[in-house]
Design a binder for this molecule. Structure first.
Ligand SMILES: C[S@@+](CC[C@H](N)C(=O)[O-])C[C@H]1O[C@@H](n2cnc3c(N)ncnc32)[C@H](O)[C@@H]1O
Length: 221
């Protein structure tokens, strides 16, 4: 995989295996992803260990996924044999998407690419969506996050080789401002209809660490 072999390594070592659906994703789908039905074609980019798949099966949409790490994708295909032809290994940035989707779901996956890759990935995904189709992005890291500024600079918004905290060993981490998100999505042919900034810090025990990320809904124009 061109984007990062580090995710594959992390999964082979047995870390970053999230298996429960992410609550923000569930709530965004219910608030902003409706109406959906068995004919709603959903693409999850970077499905990882498949944490969100049980949720998509429960709501009964027409689910597809693409993931860059072959080792984790193969494990997820084993776990969901009925979906094996829908769970592909590949780089979601550089795909020539042949299908057209009603919803694209991204829980903290695009944000592990650098700025140029994100620009390209959003354009390619936009081309594979119907007008009015929604891109739901959960946990795009924010420049307010304590880790912004750690590691090496790849471009204005992207860091790599972070040696402490949640981003150790996983390659590129992209951090966004509000203006940057609006620009990225607008240039790729989307209109952002919802943008929330989330910040979490621990009071007891008190730490100076701040987790900060964006959740968003963007509609293909
Ligand atoms: C933080 S994990 C999130 C996994 C899953 N979305 C979840 O919510 O549990 C990021 C995932 O995106 C994948 N990823 C990042 N960039 C990718 C790319 N360009 N193509 C394919 N997969 C990518 C990584 O391999 C990793 O599995």
């Amino acid at each position: 995989m061109s984007f990062s072999t580090q995710w594959d390594q992390v999964y082979r070592e047995g870390s970053n295996i999230s298996i429960w659906p992410w609550s923000d994703l569930v709530s965004y789908m219910h608030h902003y992803g409706k109406p959906f039905s068995s004919s709603t074609k959903v693409l999850e980019i970077g499905f990882g260990a498949g944490a969100n798949i049980p949720f998509f099966l429960t709501i009964g949409v027409d689910y597809y996924g693409i993931e860059g790490s072959d080792s984790i994708a193969a494990r997820v295909r084993e776990r969901y044999p009925d979906l094996k032809d829908r769970l592909r290994t590949g780089d979601f940035i550089r795909q020539n998407y042949l299908d057209i989707y009603d919803l694209v779901i991204d829980r903290s996956s695009m944000t592990h690419n650098d700025t140029n890759a994100i620009k390209l990935g959003l354009k390619n995904l936009s081309a594979a969506m119907k007008p009015g189709a929604k891109y739901i992005g959960i946990d795009w890291f924010s420049t307010e996050h304590s880790a912004f500024g750690l590691g090496d600079s790849i471009d204005e918004f992207t860091r790599a080789n972070i040696t402490e905290g949640q981003f150790v060993g996983i390659g590129n981490v992209h951090f966004s401002t509000r203006a940057h998100i609006l620009e990225l999505f607008s240039n790729a042919g989307f209109r952002v209809t919802r943008l929330e900034h989330k910040q979490t810090s621990s009071e007891i025990p008190h730490t100076s660490h701040l987790f900060a990320s964006w959740n968003l809904v963007a509609e293909k124009v």
